[in-house]
Design a protein around this ligand. Structure first.
Ligand code: LMR
Length: 399
């Protein structure tokens, strides 16, 4: 039965990470996978997380099942983080939030929910979008289309083309937006652009689905969800999938959530049964640990201040690196303008170099980046910044 199986090609992001780990070049630099790294190149456990874990370890009394919807208190804490207390209260019973195994689990559950709610729905994704969106969402049987998003010439959002395409999205289709820190481009929508999309969704009656994986990694916990909240307060329906992988550093603990805003409370009650059933038939119920950590941090004001402070350090480091790196490229003689790196948000930017140049960086310099030329800015540090800059300039000059 298994003899005819052929190996699949490696995953574009995880495969690169495996190749990086296997490389014995002492100068190697991993600009690939979207994992935050500190100045020493480590991805540490946040101090607030460590403290919360100690408390959980000493006080936990059971390992009994949590149920398909996860922990109620975690769900409420996440909803408040995303929406803020006032909007959350205002939405009342129209809003449901359920814990999922990471943002990925949430995306998959959202896809199954959409397939049940609108079986012929097409999901409209940004061009480009995260490499795993289509595999994750598409495995539920939904179809895809794309809208223009990033202009590689101007290194900014091609909003006119985006809105012109979205104007033709039919009722029953779903538009997937990145809540902040667009992955892979780092180019985000302005508040005015979010408003224009909100107005169009109201007029054309398509549904919006937001992937929020980086709240707090761009401009701030509140600033990064301006668009999400704008949509949540004015649209009749909304799907939000959120992740605590990056902002709580809980990557391997698989801590995420799906939030649905429905037209009315009856709709929300029905939706909650569909989401719980989707969870039950996929993985039965989400893991507890990461969610327990997030819940405790958000409920304990001193742990929460510690966490917010750490997140600010992370954000400041990334934003500082963006400026330092872009300036160094210019000072080192780069023949093209890299100032867009300073303006973009979160961990990613496109270098905008060719596939050939990317392959040279990997094979000749052991600098690993994904095929789209996306780099994780947070992987740059004092020890490797000169080497990375010099290598990019050399590769560009050879082209
Ligand atoms: C990334 O985009 O690199 C991260 O979200 C990690 C992943 O799973 O792809």
């Amino acid at each position: 039965m298994f003899e005819s199986l052929q190996p699949l090609p490696p995953d574009p992001i995880l495969g690169l990470n495996a190749a990086f780990k296997a490389d014995d070049n002492p100068n190697k630099v991993d600009l690939g996978i979207g994992v935050y790294k500190d100045e020493k190149g480590n991805t540490p456990v946040m101090r607030a997380v460590k403290e919360a874990e100690k408390l959980i370890l000493s006080s936990q009394v059971t390992k009994a099942y949590v149920g398909p919807a996860g922990a109620l208190a975690y769900n409420e804490a996440v909803a408040e983080l995303i929406l803020g207390a006032t909007l959350k209260a205002g939405l009342g019973g129209r809003r449901i939030t359920m814990q999922t195994p990471g943002g990925c689990g949430g995306l998959r559950i959202a896809a199954e929910f959409i397939a049940r709610a609108s079986s012929g729905a097409t999901i409209w994704v940004s061009d480009p979008t995260w490499a795993n969106h289509k595999p994750l969402i598409g495995s539920s049987g939904l179809k895809f289309n794309s809208y223009p998003y990033y202009n590689y010439e101007t290194h900014s959002v091609d909003f006119d083309s985006m809105i012109a395409t979205l104007a033709n999205v039919p009722i029953g289709d779903v538009v997937l937006l990145h809540g902040c820190c667009h992955n892979p481009s780092g180019a985000d929508l302005t508040p005015n652009q979010w408003q224009a999309i909100r107005d169009l969704a109201q007029e054309k009656k398509f549904t919006i689905f937001i992937d929020l994986a980086y709240q707090g990694m761009g401009d701030g916990l509140e600033e990064d969800v301006i668009g999400v909240r704008l949509l949540a307060e004015s649209l009749p329906e909304l799907i939000i999938v959120s992740s605590c992988s990056k902002n709580f550093g809980l990557y391997r603990e698989r801590t995420g959530a799906i939030t649905l805003i429905c037209q009315n409370e009856g709709g929300a009650r029905a939706a909650s049964t569909l989401v719980a059933a989707a969870a039950r038939s996929n993985y039965s119920m989400p893991p507890d640990h990461g969610a327990a950590v997030v819940q405790l941090i958000r409920e304990d004001s001193s742990l929460n201040s510690m966490w917010e402070g750490e997140l600010q350090e992370i954000r400041n480091r990334i934003n500082g690196l963006r400026i330092t790196f872009a300036n160094l490229l210019t000072e080192s003689g780069a023949q093209r303008d890299f100032s867009f790196i300073k303006k973009e948000k979160g961990m990613f930017s496109f270098l905008g170099i060719t596939k050939n140049q990317i392959h040279k960086l990997i094979s000749e310099y052991a600098i690993y980046l994904v095929d789209s030329s996306r780099i994780n800015v947070a992987s740059i540090n004092d020890d490797n910044i000169d080497y990375v800059t010099k290598s990019i300039i050399e590769v560009l000059s050879k082209a």
